[in-house]
Write a protein that binds this ligand. Structure first.
Ligand code: ZN
Length: 408
């Protein structure tokens, strides 16, 4: 990838995505294979006036070694300094920039039970710190091409060609061709039109049908909005774009009200392993059964992460004709694949979708029917023949999706 292109991407990440402001702390999370991009992002944050930018490095290879060699007890230890660090983040409220370049199957050789056992202990310890910052900070997740990920996406190409091709796809889907700032402005305007329409409908429940067997209903809360594109941080009122790319209009359903079966239309990379060809059955809003051709045990572990992880936190609509899905690339990465297909998420919902959410505590928002969990995992169910009908509270119906695309 040309340095000038990478610099443009870095600027889009810092400006359009995170929208870093003068005097802010920034934290960047990235793998060690992304030193160049990270250096550009950090430089751009400073150009925008950041006070201090810290980087936390990760490594797929080290994760594999640690998971294989260390005990669950050692891996799940949360020393005092980590709690202090989390508290420091609550106090300084840094902007968070997550750069993903991991091999989607990096931990494929590690015992999934061990990974899950560790996160089951660590997540609840760290959750109160996250809850304190919820909705109050700017953040963005973006992708970056690593040779290992690229090889998974384009197995037929040599590593360097595959990496180049994945970079092109990343920059294209992040709307970095031409002027990213102008592109995102237009894109957000378009998404807002759709959410305004969805919000005007007063939908009681959505009914899904697809030829692969998906037959599913999910109920929505009249107090909860649809949202798309950019969001605004509480307190500072700074507008940022948390996902680059993003194509979805999404909401949080009522906890406990969903019925039927959904079939996944894409593989799911979860905790560094791939779950493939799976279905989930819902009763009274809860995932009560599931099947997967690959990694069913991991899927079951995920659903049983905590008492609410079997309930839905998100319902998202993405047309089959989105730029990402038209690229016909299976990224094996949720940030990209979720923006190529309608999806659902198990786990915590979005409290900032409740109308007037700034006037309530987090707990009050959960009590209104937004699911609260230690996980939030998107999985893709959209197909080219998916029909979705909205049943309105006044008794009428509106076709939302016809043959995989917006019907309005
Ligand atoms: Zn989503």
């Amino acid at each position: 990838m040309k340095k000038s292109e990478l610099k443009k991407y870095a600027h889009a990440i810092a400006k359009v995505g995170a929208n870093v402001q003068k005097g802010q702390y920034v934290k960047v999370f990235a793998n060690v294979d992304q030193e160049l991009l990270v250096s550009y992002v950090v430089a751009d944050c400073y150009k925008l006036g950041a006070k201090k930018v810290a980087v936390e490095w990760g490594s797929d290879l080290l994760d594999v070694v640690n998971y294989k060699k260390a005990s669950v007890k050692a891996l799940s230890e949360v020393p005092e300094w980590r709690l202090k660090k989390a508290q420091y983040e609550v106090d300084t409220n840094p902007v968070m920039i997550y750069i993903e370049s991991s091999d989607p199957d990096a931990l494929g050789s590690v015992d999934a039970k061990k990974i899950n056992a560790v996160s089951k202990i660590v997540r609840p310890i760290m959750k109160p710190f996250r809850d304190q910052r919820e909705n109050k900070y700017q953040w963005v997740i973006v992708g970056a091409a690593s040779p290992a990920w690229a090889k998974k996406v384009f197995p037929e190409l040599p590593k360097s060609k595959a990496t180049e091709k994945l970079w092109e796809a990343i920059l294209y889907t992040a709307r970095c061709n031409g002027d990213p700032i102008k592109n995102w402005d237009e894109h957000n305007k378009d998404l807002i039109k759709r959410t305004n329409f969805l919000n005007s409908l007063d939908i009681d429940f959505l009914q899904y049908h697809a030829g692969n067997g998906t037959d599913f209903k999910v109920w929505l809360n009249s107090k909860v909005n649809w949202l798309a594109g950019g969001e605004t941080a509480l307190g500072s009122n700074i507008y940022y774009n948390p996902n680059m790319p993003t194509e979805e209009c999404f909401t949080s359903p009522i906890k406990g009200k969903a019925e039927g079966i959904v079939y996944a239309s894409k593989p799911l990379s979860y905790q560094g392993q791939l779950i493939e060809n799976f279905s989930i059955t819902f009763k009274d809003g809860k995932a009560v059964d599931c099947h997967a051709e690959k990694n069913e045990a991991l899927l079951r572990e995920m659903i049983a992460s905590d008492e609410n992880s079997g309930y839905l936190g998100e319902v998202a609509l993405v047309p089959h004709d989105s730029p990402i899905s038209n690229s016909n690339i299976l990224f094996y990465n949720t940030l990209y694949d979720e923006n190529a297909a309608c999806h659902l998420a198990l786990g915590i919902g979005f409290t900032n979708l409740v109308k007037g959410y700034e006037n309530y505590t987090q707990q009050e928002l959960f009590d209104m029917g937004i699911n609260n969990s230690t996980i939030h995992v998107d999985f893709m169910i959209g197909t080219s023949d998916m029909d979705i009908v909205a049943h309105l509270r006044d008794g009428g119906t509106v076709q939302i999706f016809k043959k995989g695309n917006w019907a309005f």
